[in-house]
Design a protein. Structure first.
Length: 267
């Protein structure tokens, strides 16, 4: 059974049954339950799930509104695998909660873009300009590294994706950093000079994912991974579905079209 707490985070159109890709499933045919965070990229998973049904693999998709509940659902056994996080995010989540998960396989890669409603070039940033980005630990470090790559700040030697404010050693333009929930960065654009966010959120906001001043360089470290509980990492149903997803003829096309080309693939 799905826990009451977990159900509260689902995006429900009408009922839990509305999230199922398949119809009635016999007791002997245990469906593969996949947890997702709300994203346009889920369209490709839904497409693969339809193909899986045709091959006899029953699948149910559960979509959550945040980046916390998909892992809680996995830990609770409410889903068998989730697909929404990269390895640094997974590492941080496991340390914080004591979960024992396993990254089964890499998927697509989404990179940060510097989006704006005010500037025509990143070089137009003035002293004291406001920069917004996500407030979770991993995306804080990633955003600071992105700003360093643009020559806007300097971090202490050896700083990585877990960088924090304490690692900023130079900020010559005295940029003001405004951190909000990841999903809110796009909404902050009218109030800041630049927002650092992902194509998925830009797409959800009805904007063009390709319309950024500059993009982060793609890095396989940030590929979204299929993640399962450690003891279930070799579940053949998970392997079968990932194979269907990776080899389906239109998965890459769906993702490329959704993100206006601002997406890469690690398989």
């Amino acid at each position: 059974m799905i826990s009451r707490r977990t159900l509260g985070a689902f995006v429900l159109a009408a009922s839990l049954g509305g999230l199922a890709i398949s119809g009635v499933t016999s007791a002997e045919e245990k469906p593969l339950k996949i947890g997702l965070a709300a994203s346009p990229a889920n369209e490709a998973v839904r497409y693969a799930a339809q193909l899986a049904e045709q091959k006899g693999l029953h699948v149910k998709l559960y979509e959550f509104t945040d980046w916390v509940t998909p892992n809680r659902a996995l830990a609770n056994g409410d889903v068998d695998v989730n697909y929404f996080q990269h390895l640094p995010f997974l590492e941080n989540a496991q340390k914080a909660n004591g979960w024992k998960f396993s990254a089964v396989a890499p998927g697509y890669i989404s990179w940060l873009g510097a989006y704006t409603e005010k500037l025509k070039s990143i070089n137009d940033l003035k002293d004291g300009a406001k920069i917004s980005f996500a407030n979770d630990p991993v995306n804080t470090g990633r955003s600071l590294l992105f700003l360093q790559s643009l020559g806007l700040v300097k971090l202490k030697e050896g700083a990585s994706y877990d960088a924090t404010w304490q690692d900023v050693v130079e900020n010559p333009k005295k940029l003001k950093f405004i951190q909000v929930e990841a999903q809110q960065v796009v909404r902050s654009l009218p109030d800041v000079d630049v927002g650092l966010t992902f194509a998925s959120f830009v797409k959800l906001a009805g904007k063009d994912p390709a319309d950024a001043l500059v993009f982060e360089k793609p890095d396989n470290l940030y590929a979204i991974h299929w993640v399962a509980r450690a003891e279930d990492a070799n579940d053949p149903r998970i392997a079968e579905f990932i194979n269907i997803y990776n080899t389906a003829p239109d998965v890459k096309k769906i993702l490329t079209d959704l993100y206006s080309g601002q997406v890469g693939f690690s398989w």
